[in-house]
Ligand binder design. Structure first.
Ligand SMILES: C[S@@+](CC[C@H](N)C(=O)[O-])C[C@H]1O[C@@H](n2cnc3c(N)ncnc32)[C@H](O)[C@@H]1O
Length: 217
């Protein structure tokens, strides 16, 4: 059965568009992430990771979050990370090999098909709009976490109505990074109802957000 997003595109079509975009974007990706580095740090901090825990980096891209996640779970913990883009994941693999991390495990797979050896204690969604908009991806990822697992999300959204004219720019900014670039009013609305203790803070004058919750038991 073909799974369609509410935007009318199939998951497969959205994924193919995304993989193609990252084929061109991967080489320069890291150099664009400086301005959002504090957001990455804040989002990871919300997971409140403890030594020995297992965390999943959803759509890990080039692996920019891996060092911080690994630092927090320590040698006895475990970092799982996946991405569907071979071009992005290649850089993550190089990062892991260079650092010699033995407890960071990378998977080249769509979110919709991920399987892990054991349920994780925490899920990080850092700028993973397409994944959050796919009901089957959200379902699969929540199934990879234990009840009560911490979830932290950062991403882009539309400005509030009084800055609405700027949303054309927000749409085109998001377009460069996603197979299904729309649905920016409340990009979290497929996962938020599945979490306890949902809390959202707008960032970047309202064109971004950081949110957290816990996987419902
Ligand atoms: C904006 S990048 C963010 C990368 C990383 N999380 C970071 O913060 O630097 C979005 C990533 O999500 C990945 N992605 C998009 N849809 C996906 C899907 N359905 N399954 C797996 N990865 C996906 C893309 O390949 C891309 O690497």
């Amino acid at each position: 059965m073909t799974v369609r997003s509410p935007a009318g595109l199939s998951d497969d079509a959205i994924r193919a568009a995304s993989i193609e975009k990252y084929r061109h974007r991967a080489a320069g990706y890291d150099s664009t992430c400086g301005p959002t580095w504090p957001i990455r740090e804040r989002t990871i901090a919300l997971l409140d990771l403890q030594p020995g825990q297992a965390v999943l980096d959803v759509g890990c891209g080039t692996g920019l979050s891996l060092a911080r996640l690994r630092e927090r779970v320590g040698d006895e913990g475990c970092v799982y990370a996946f991405d569907q883009s071979p071009d992005m994941l290649r850089q993550a693999r190089d990062r892991v090999a260079t650092a010699g991390w033995r407890n960071v495990h990378l998977y080249e797979t769509p979110a919709q098909g991920l399987t892990l050896p054991a349920p994780v204690d925490a899920l990080l969604f850092h700028y993973t709009h397409d994944v959050l908009r796919s009901p089957s991806a959200v379902e699969r990822l929540l199934a990879c976490a234990r009840p009560g697992a911490a979830v932290a999300i950062a991403g882009i959204k539309y400005f509030p109505f009084w800055l609405a004219p700027l949303n054309i720019w927000v749409y085109y900014k998001n377009h460069g990074y996603n197979g299904a670039p729309g649905e920016l009013r409340s990009p979290w609305d497929r996962i938020a109802p599945r979490l306890d203790g949902w809390h959202l803070t707008p960032t970047q004058y309202g064109m971004g957000y950081i949110a957290s919750g816990r996987v419902r038991a």
